[in-house]
Design a protein around this ligand. Sequence first.
Ligand code: ZN
Length: 168
Amino acid sequence: MAILNILEFPDSRLRTIAKPVAVVDDGIRQLVDDMFETMYEAPGIGLAATQVNVHKRVVVMDLSEDRSDPRVFINPEFDILTDEVEQYQEGCLSVPGFYENVDRPQKVKIRALDRDGQPYELIAEGLLAVCVQHECDHLNGKLFVDYLSTLKRDRIKKKLEKLHKQNA
Ligand SMILES: [Zn+2]
């Protein structure tokens, strides 16, 4: 397994739209394993392949406190099941150090393939629903900062650009 480099906002590669996975083969399973290792090491609760500069529709997630609930979403899609929205303070491994409130539909039905390429469906509410929407956004080149005001987004962008320059 390998720790992968995580792209950070405002890196333009985060805006790439990921391609569907045609076959869930050993290469994809290797990517899934590397993404879990990268996510756990960060540490984070979700990671989309886009964030590690692999533009395939693959997401990993683990919302448990003891890393006991690894979830794999390959080619994920979701339908919104309610008009109700819920506000969560979201963060992102690609926007390190910033947490902001985002409104999202509270309940979704997810369809995806698992690590073996088997299709499954899942009704998600609460944090799981939020995370799935956040990670699906990544696969479409979208970030949670896109939901914020231009002022807030620009402030985050400037701070991260300054940090990136210092670390370069
Ligand atoms: Zn994210």
